[in-house]
Design a protein around this ligand. Structure first.
Ligand code: NAD
Ligand code: MG
Ligand code: MG
Ligand code: MG
Ligand code: MG
Ligand code: MG
Length: 315
């Protein structure tokens, strides 16, 4: 953390990760300015939280370390227009995910140090765990080291947002980018959501109540996953009934089959060869029509309506 205390730092963006990095670093004693667009709704939110706020241009101009926490798809234009012209030689440019550096969508000039601190959790957990005296694990990487101390700055940043309390691991931009995309697509977001949806629909289509289907296929997921995270699969299985454990071994492999794994390998190849990255950038250029349409459609699923009612009942 010391490596940051004598530096001025800018956090560009105040969304999921941006608010967490900015607030945690401020609470850790760093001199933080949040860089935002003029007129951004987040401007007053950040000020009310006690942070200094400036335009992206001014925040970058006055800083030694600049962390890019606007959405991946807008980083190239924000970098070109507002960051690059104001970034001084020998400054440190940070990322929360390796996407734009790894796929060459942002190409920082040669005199700038480039590092990454990627928390392995959603931004709101990065903030919540910090305020609870805990932390979120972080992956740290250095892409370019001009001044010879970029790794120290990256480590200090990770420590300042609370990462040291949970573990800091060194990696590369390539490894973080490819494993992060694969994890969120195949397992954590895509895989898990579709698994829960398919299970829910199977029960409801067979005539069971949406409430029972929601509890069995959605709500209880967290309880099982918490046990895996805390003690591993063996420990989780020692807590479930023998009936559940026997069903797990007999049926799990019929749901996630060899075909599923073959498809996972294809998904990984499309991440590795840049196919996915190009598709996502094209989607952004076309106004995110598919993303917004699917978001709207998914939000109307019966599971969401039932879930909202049940969550209301459980508090
Ligand atoms: P977000 O969508 O939550 O927040 C983006 C912020 O940028 C918002 O404050 C928005 O107002 C601002 N913004 C948008 N367009 C802008 C523009 N043109 N100019 C200036 N500001 C603009 O973003 P996020 O999900 O926190 O993602 C930020 C980075 O962190 C990405 O690289 C992402 O991959 C990485 N990351 C995110 C998570 C997560 O939990 N969401 C986890 C790990 C890594
Ligand atoms: Mg989001
Ligand atoms: Mg991730
Ligand atoms: Mg990600
Ligand atoms: Mg049960
Ligand atoms: Mg058992």
């Amino acid at each position: 953390m010391e490596k940051l205390l004598n530096k001025r730092v800018a956090v560009v963006g105040y969304g999921s990760q941006g608010h967490a990095h900015a607030l945690n670093l401020m609470d850790s004693g760093a001199d933080v300015t949040v860089g935002l667009r003029e007129g951004s709704a987040n401007w007053s939110r950040a000020e009310e939280a006690g942070l200094k706020v400036a335009s992206v241009e001014d925040a970058v101009k006055g800083s030694d370390v600049v962390m890019m926490l606007v959405p991946d798809e807008v980083q190239p234009e924000v970098y070109e227009k507002s960051v690059a012209p104001n970034l001084r030689k020998g400054a440190y440019l940070g990322f929360g995910h390796g996407f734009n550096i790894h796929y060459n969508k942002v190409e920082p000039h040669q005199e700038v140090n480039v590092f990454m601190v990627a928390p392995k959790g959603p931004g709101h957990m990065v903030r919540r765990t910090y305020t609870e005296g805990k932390g979120t694990p972080c992956l740290v990487a250095v892409y370019r080291d001009v001044t010879g101390d970029t790794k120290d700055v990256a480590m200090a940043w990770a420590a300042g947002i609370g990462g040291r309390r949970a573990g800091i691991l060194e990696t590369t931009f390539k490894e973080e980018t490819e494993t992060d995309l694969f994890g969120e697509q195949a397992v954590l977001c895509g895989g898990v959501s579709e698994l829960m949806r398919a299970g829910y629909e199977t029960l409801v289509e067979a005539g069971y109540s949406p409430e029972s289907a929601y509890f069995e296929c959605v709500h209880e997921m967290k309880l099982i996953v918490d046990m895996v995270v805390e003690g591993g699969f063996t420990s989780m299985r020692s807590s479930i009934s023998n009936t559940a454990e026997y069903g797990d071994y007999e049926v799990g492999k019929r749901i996630v089959t060899e075909d599923t794994k073959r498809e996972m390998k294809k998904v990984l190849e499309e991440i590795q060869d840049g196919t996915f990255a190009d598709k996502f950038c094209t989607e952004y250029k076309n106004g995110m029509k598919n993303l917004k349409g699917t978001r709207e459609e998914k939000s109307k699923h019966q599971m969401e309506v039932v879930g909202e009612r049940l969550r209301g009942m459980m508090v």
